[in-house]
Ligand binder design. Structure first.
Ligand code: BG6
Ligand code: MG
Length: 218
């Protein structure tokens, strides 16, 4: 049987947590007197926690001490976790379970490939932990997307060659990481934003099992 490695980003692909990141970053920005817009939040998709705060400080023209930087990161995450605590499986994006179940039925190896250090907690809250053969997240990498490290580690865990892996991503940085890893990139979101992806869908309701089967058969 043909085996491909299927790697899923988490935030924006499996669950819509961007809104919680936005609320938490917005509160932080306000506390240091910096403006923070939805458009800027878009630019933080797929971007690590450290890099996100660096960008917000840059946009607001702020310089702070290392201690204050670490305190701000910690309080942002506390706020974010208070939203996560209330999550349940209603927050899984449409048709994600359908695709995961199809892959499992076809005995295809499946991994998470996320920048988030809260990934395991979120998968537990939405009850999807048991759908994955491997979980690679922000705790396992030293280089953030667009570096391909997270996806290459996932491929290794699945024991599948990178060129036989398929990545689902909603961020530009993530699509670039998948392309650099020599994997097939599937953008989930807007065509004009994710144009570097090999395939683009608005969401999983647009993806037929027959398309997944074609990827497996390649
Ligand atoms: C990415 C999100 O998946 O994870 C980013 O798109 C987030 O918005 C990053 O900053 C890191 O997440 P966390 O949960 O470790 O702060
Ligand atoms: Mg994402």
């Amino acid at each position: 049987m043909n085996k491909k490695g299927f790697i899923f980003d988490l935030d924006g692909v499996i669950v819509d947590t961007a809104k919680y990141h936005f609320l938490a970053w917005k509160k932080l920005a306000k506390s240091i007197d910096v403006d923070f817009t939805h458009e800027q939040n878009e630019q933080l998709k797929g971007v690590s926690r450290v890099k996100s705060l660096e960008k917000i400080l840059e946009w607001g023209n702020k310089t702070i001490s290392e201690e204050q930087f670490n305190n701000l990161m910690a309080s942002k995450n506390d706020d974010y976790l208070s939203f996560i605590a209330k999550m349940d499986d209603n927050e899984i994006l449409p048709d994600v379970p359908k695709i995961l179940d199809y892959l499992i039925a076809q005995e295809q190896p499946v991994s998470l490939g996320s920048a988030s250090k809260n990934a395991r907690q979120i998968l537990e809250k939405v009850n999807l932990m048991n759908k994955f053969n491997a979980i690679v997240d922000g705790n396992d990498v030293s280089k953030a997307k667009p570096d391909p490290e997270v996806f290459l580690i996932a491929a290794k865990h699945l024991n599948i060659k990178p060129e036989d892996c398929i990545v689902f991503e909603d961020s530009v940085a993530g699509v670039q990481a998948a392309n650099t890893a020599n994997m097939i990139s599937i953008g989930i979101g807007e065509k004009d934003v994710l144009h570097e992806a090999d395939y683009i869908f608005s969401d999983f309701t647009e993806i037929e099992n027959s398309f997944i089967q074609e990827l497996i058969n390649r």
